[in-house]
Design a protein around this ligand. Structure first.
Ligand code: BJW
Length: 225
């Protein structure tokens, strides 16, 4: 069981050129989250939601892991079996940097899912709402991401990992979205030390024993070194 559990958010990929959600030029300043990140929004206008995720998938493919992703991959290579990354990010930059012990609690841009039968398959560059499921043929294709009101992935495994953790580190997340924002409390209750690395104080900074402020590409390599 991993001794160090690391929660990552959009701030980790910001310096790779992928936008965050709630910063001053973030995605939620240009899109209403009710329209593009809820099941109700998808039911109202699936073409809009598919276009939103198709554009973000194209940005992801064009982006590259940054020094912070690479530092976390080095840490895992140096301490095999001791590191677990829980990411809220739907991009694949952890994996492309070389990390293997990654759980995507809010899903993955690279995957499509059938809302009818639950089948999951690699997302094409341009997903369309009428795309047929390769398993059941239903025209119920959606991005394999977790929208507001849906249950995040891996929660039982995440809580189990936190119960065994000695150190919980949060990187580049605003602490505004639950249950991710409460993981620091779960970790602290289980006896783990807690450290936050973020550009600015988050909504949950007071829950951490220590907060270091600055860009992830500086803070993370310095912490890993
Ligand atoms: C840098 C940096 C740099 C910038 N270096 N740092 C009322 C009260 C409490 C809860 C609720 C409530 N009403 C509803 C809820 C629940 C709801 C919720 O939390 N709502 C809140 C808005 C209040 N949550 C849900 O519905 C979740 N499901 C759920 O709760 O199920 C029931 C359940 C209960 C208990 C246990 C288990 C289950 C589902 C949430 C799904 C979130 N989905 C999204 C979209 C996913 C797909 C996609 O990517 O489009 O996930 S929303 C969006 O926010 C995305 C992100 O993963 C998530 C978090 O954002 P993140 O990563 O923190 O980004 P930002 O932009 O917010 O912050 C970036 C940070 O980085 C900032 O702090 C910057 O300073 C920093 N930064 N540059 C270092 N260079």
């Amino acid at each position: 069981m991993a001794r160090i559990v690391i929660l990552t958010g959009a701030g980790l990929s910001a310096e790779s050129g992928l936008g965050t959600f709630r910063d001053k030029d973030g995605l939620w300043t240009r899109y209403a989250l009710e329209d593009v990140a809820t099941p109700e929004g998808f039911a109202r206008d699936p073409a809009l939601v598919m276009a939103f995720y198709n554009a973000r998938r194209a940005n992801m493919v064009a982006a590259a892991p940054n020094a912070a992703h690479r530092a976390l991959a080095r840490l895992e290579a140096a301490r095999p079996g001791e590191i677990r990354i829980i990411t809220q990010n739907v991009d694949d930059l952890h994996e492309r940097a070389g990390s293997r012990a990654v759980w995507h609690m809010h899903g993955e841009l690279a995957r499509a899912r059938c809302a009818a039968c639950g089948a999951v398959w690699p997302a094409p560059a341009q997903m369309r709402p009428a795309d047929a499921c390769p398993d059941c043929a239903a025209a119920a294709t959606r991005p394999d991401v977790v929208w507001f009101g849906e249950y995040p992935y891996h929660m039982e495994a995440i809580w189990e990992a936190l119960r065994a953790a000695e150190l919980f580190v949060s990187i580049g997340t605003s602490g505004q979205v639950f249950p991710a924002a409460a993981l620091v409390q779960d970790a602290a209750r289980a006896g783990a030390e807690t450290l936050e690395l973020n550009l600015e104080p988050s909504e949950v900074s007071r829950d951490f024993e220590e907060t270091r402020l600055g860009p992830a590409t500086e803070l993370v390599p310095a912490w890993v070194a």
